[in-house]
Write a protein that binds this ligand. Structure first.
Ligand code: NAD
Length: 306
């Protein structure tokens, strides 16, 4: 198996199912040796199984690729550290980290338990930070030893993080946090030869096939299956490859055959009176600014988007 990742080693979290599995298979097909991480949890994060990671490793090997399973929890310091050491011990190096593992605990905010908040923040936000931190520490050591890497991190956000999503306050906050983390990591790690980008995918997996059954339905024969998770992976593979030189701190949407660069927060209409405002004057001035500003994009699932 050779391609744009030949000679590179990639670690993919949550690669036992869904999008992560598709990314792992696509990276291997393009020549990368892959560490397939998956804790094998249920759709709400409960339980654990080594089965999903092992099955993907077997699939990659059956196609002639190189892969090894890592079945620890990447939201623990030990699990995140051993993800990196597994790559180095098994294949001698690490070139790309794809942070992807996650699960949902959807509730309206008034019914959202503290446990559901903590679990979702932990798996997505901490589950991105810890592998990123250990991979970055490894690459900094490499750079200091005179072996500056050509390394990549690809983080997984969501439309929920970009625009908000009704019933997903915990998930939207975590996925928006991943965007901030991506920007800081890109700014901090460039000096060590590490590029960091994020994507917001959309695809048919167990996370979406019921909630968005109509959008996610498999089409009839011959029609492009736009919601197949495999459609998202080519961008992930390219961002993981040496070919993506110079691309860092960016956020993309990937769905079907479409790749979109998302353009983020930036100053819009502004006013400066050169002195402190009186509260009674703020209203008129702010309404004038809002009238000149772009209309905010609707939150997913809100009445505004109907
Ligand atoms: N499917 C979509 O349309 C969509 C949209 C936006 C964002 N995403 C994001 O894409 C990523 C992949 O989601 P998916 O749709 O493929 O879901 P999925 O449930 O099919 O796969 C997620 C995998 O992560 C694993 N996992 C969960 N917690 C883990 C942990 N602590 N350590 C290691 N592995 C763990 C699970 O066992 C599972 O195999 C998630 O971050 C999700 O939020 C998906």
């Amino acid at each position: 198996m050779t391609g744009i990742c030949t000679g590179r080693v990639a670690a993919v979290t949550g690669a036992g199912r869904g999008l992560g599995r598709a990314h792992a298979l696509a990276l291997a097909a393009e020549g990368a040796a892959v560490v397939v991480n998956d804790l094998g949890v249920a759709a709400d994060g409960a339980g654990a199984s080594t089965g999903p990671a092992q099955e993907v490793v077997e699939e990659i090997r059956a196609r002639g690729g190189r892969a090894v399973a890592h079945t620890d929890d990447i939201t623990t310091d030990d699990g995140a550290r051993s993800l990196v050491t597994t790559a180095v011990d098994s294949f001698g190096r690490l070139d790309a980290l794809v942070n992807n593992a996650g699960f949902l605990r959807d509730r309206m905010l008034v019914n959202l338990d503290e446990d559901d908040w903590d679990a979702v923040m932990r798996v997505h936000l901490k589950g991105h930070f810890l592998p990123l931190k250990h991979a970055a520490a490894h690459w900094r050591a490499e750079a200091k030893a005179g072996r500056t890497p050509d390394a990549r991190i690809v983080n997984t956000s969501s439309g929920a993080g970009l625009l908000g999503s009704v019933g997903q306050g915990n998930y939207s906050a975590a996925k928006a946090g991943i965007l901030g983390l991506t920007l800081v990591a890109a700014a901090e790690l460039g000096r060590y030869g590490v590029q960091v980008n994020a994507l917001a995918p959309a695809a048919r997996t167990r996370m979406t096939e019921q909630a968005f059954a109509e959008t996610m339905a498999t089409p009839t024969d011959g029609v492009f299956d736009a919601m197949a998770p495999e459609n998202v992976s080519p961008l992930v593979v390219w961002l993981s490859s040496a070919d993506s030189t110079g691309v860092t701190g960016r956020v993309f949407e990937a769905e079907g055959g479409r790749i979109t660069v998302m353009e983020g927060w930036r100053p819009g209409p502004t006013t400066d009176r050169g002195a402190r405002w009186a509260p009674s004057d703020v209203g008129a001035a702010t309404r004038e600014l809002l009238a000149a500003a772009e209309v905010a994009w609707p939150v997913y699932g809100s009445r505004l988007s109907a």
